[in-house]
Ligand binder design. Structure first.
Ligand code: NAD
Ligand code: UFG
Length: 338
């Protein structure tokens, strides 16, 4: 039986594919390459020495999804496919609702039709919204999201919970990621954003490579120790391993289970800059800029539920995250275009 990985050519999906293959799992990847490219599939094979199935497929295309389920024996799905740019989601909310929510509904319909009722879903700390205090725990009230992207995650969590209530055979795991950064230690796969990066670490690595002049630090007047935003950065390989643990758990547990995947430790923007400079030996010039609309001062997890129930704990620290992110950027200055 195979695990279907939707969006498996993307940043987190590709790292997770490697962990699954290394654990001896059979996988089928689908992706429409909206935000990724085929080269990553070769890199996954190169790094694991293993073959796997791939189908170019859009999760909104029910016929194409049905063909995938007819062709392979799939008993579980790790569902990464989705659009994730916060700013773009404000410009194109309908695209985000159609792709993320519509795509997930279609995927669930096809899964159910084929008797496949196990799903691990990529949710986000963004569902905690603006009204909760860190450390964030899974039992807090969610919602009050600040942008359409975040709202898609909140709605999908609700939809999957309703699906599970309607049919006790479903086993659904909602993984709330905090801030994934870093790359595979080989430097062969990593995050390859199109255009100007939205997120802190890819921006820093592009400054380090001389592709951008300096970092803009969005606000230094937050109620945090140094005034800059605090986040719970987690190494993408630790995050990927969390999916394997969630998959194991889903074999023995029905219904919906929710887990934070974070380290439980917050770092400010300036602390990340300092850690990056130490790990890479490269100076990162920065200028203080106005706050970015919608940003929170502080967001970090209480990851203890995942440790208790999944036997998963993040192992890699901020310096390893920075060193691996830098290695990836340095070896692939133009991402997968090289
Ligand atoms: P990514 O963009 O690198 O990967 C997503 C992949 O899904 C891409 O390869 C894209 O081409 C594919 N895709 C998008 N729409 C599709 C569709 N309709 N059909 C088929 N494939 C489609 O993003 P990522 O960082 O790897 O994120 C993976 C998931 O985790 C996303 O759902 C994202 O919202 C969620 N998440 C990411 C972060 C983060 O900071 N990276 C944080 C929290 C949650
Ligand atoms: N930041 C800068 N300069 C930049 C980019 C970011 O100062 O160029 C700051 C932000 O203001 C914030 C911190 O760095 O304080 C982290 O910002 P990111 O954009 O890297 O991450 P966010 O926490 O804003 O958002 C991320 C994902 C969202 C997700 C959210 C919660 O991008 O998709 O985590 O999971 F919803």
């Amino acid at each position: 039986m195979a695990v279907l990985i939707t969006g498996g050519a993307g940043y987190i999906g590709s790292h997770t594919a490697i962990e699954l293959l290394n654990a001896g799992k059979e996988i089928v990847i689908i992706d429409n390459f909206y935000n990724s490219c085929p080269v990553v599939l070769d890199r996954i094979k190169e790094l694991t020495g293993k073959e796997f199935a791939f189908e170019k497929c859009d999760i909104r295309d029910k016929d194409a999804l049905n063909e995938v389920f007819n062709k392979y024996s799939i008993d579980s799905v790790i569902h990464f496919a989705g659009l994730k740019a916060v700013g773009e989601s404000c410009q194109k909310p309908l695209l985000y609702y159609e792709n993320n929510i519509g795509g997930t509904v279609t995927l669930c319909q096809v899964m159910a039709a084929h008797g496949c009722k196990t799903m691990i879903f990529s949710s986000s700390a963004t569902v905690y919204g603006q009204n909760n205090q860190s450390p964030l725990t899974e039992d807090m009230k969610i919602g009050s999201t600040t942008n359409p992207y975040g709202t898609t995650k909140y709605f999908i969590e609700q939809i999957l919970t309703d699906v599970s209530k309607s049919d006790v055979e479903w086993s659904i795991c909602l993984l709330r990621y905090f801030n994934p950064i870093g790359a595979h230690e080989s430097g062969r796969i990593g995050e390859a954003p199109n255009g100007i990066p939205n997120n802190l670490m890819p921006y820093i690595t592009q400054v380090a490579e001389g592709k951008r002049e300096h970092l803009f630090v969005y606000g230094d007047d937050y109620m945090t120790p140094d005034g800059t935003g605090v986040r719970d950065y987690i190494h993408v390989v630790d995050l990927a391993k969390g999916h394997l643990k969630a998959l194991e758990k889903s074999k023995t547990q029905k219904g919906v289970a929710i887990y934070n995947l974070g380290t439980g430790r917050g770092y400010s923007v300036l602390e990340v800059v300092a850690a990056f400079e130490k790990a890479s030996g490269v100076k990162i010039p920065y200028v203080i800029a106005p706050r970015r609309p919608g940003d929170l001062a502080t967001c970090y997890s209480d990851p203890s539920k995942a440790e208790r129930e999944l036997f998963w704990k993040a192992e890699k620290g901020i310096e390893e995250m920075c060193a691996d992110a830098y290695r990836w950027q340095h070896n692939n200055p133009n991402g997968y275009e090289d």
